[in-house]
Design a protein around this ligand. Structure first.
Ligand code: THU
Length: 137
């Protein structure tokens, strides 16, 4: 697998833009759209801790807010200052599962450029799906 330097540069910028005064743990994410455009997201914390938003969700909500949908998304890259490539939290896996194609690529990395690559479906098997909400109950 060829390391995507251009995408890494974008994700590092998102990492640097994180607002994480409480945890001091910066996370960056970048989505590469099929049209070649990048959309970034950073973790944004709050003094009321539970209101904090993860980088992956910031990036995906940013993309959707601009009108893009799952069919437009090629892949997402996520970075944290971790010994091994960052592991997305469960909430972000659920959101990736709904807002990205199940076969879309998720690239996980760190400041050493270690890389792990997964499909969305591999990060959250047996995910909760919106279809079940339309079951007549
Ligand atoms: N965080 C993310 O942005 N993404 C993850 O997948 C894991 C955790 C953020 C949330 C919080 O701002 C900080 O990292 C520490 O948990």
């Amino acid at each position: 697998m060829k390391f995507d330097e251009a995408m890494y540069k974008e994700v590092l910028q998102a990492y640097n833009n994180a607002y994480a005064p409480y945890s001091k743990f910066h996370v960056g994410a970048v989505i590469l759209l099929k049209n070649g455009k990048y959309i970034t997201g950073s973790n944004v914390e709050n003094a009321s801790y539970g209101l904090s938003n993860c980088a992956e969700r910031s990036a995906l909500f940013n993309a959707y807010s601009q009108g893009y949908r799952k069919a437009d998304i090629e892949k997402i890259m996520v970075i944290g200052n971790t010994d091994t490539p960052i592991s997305p939290c469960g909430a972000c896996r659920q959101v990736m599962s709904e807002l990205m194609d199940k076969d879309a690529t998720v690239i996980l990395t760190n400041l050493n450029k270690d890389i792990k690559e997964y499909k969305v479906k591999d990060l959250l098997p047996y995910s909760f799906e919106g279809e079940v909400l339309d079951n007549g109950n």
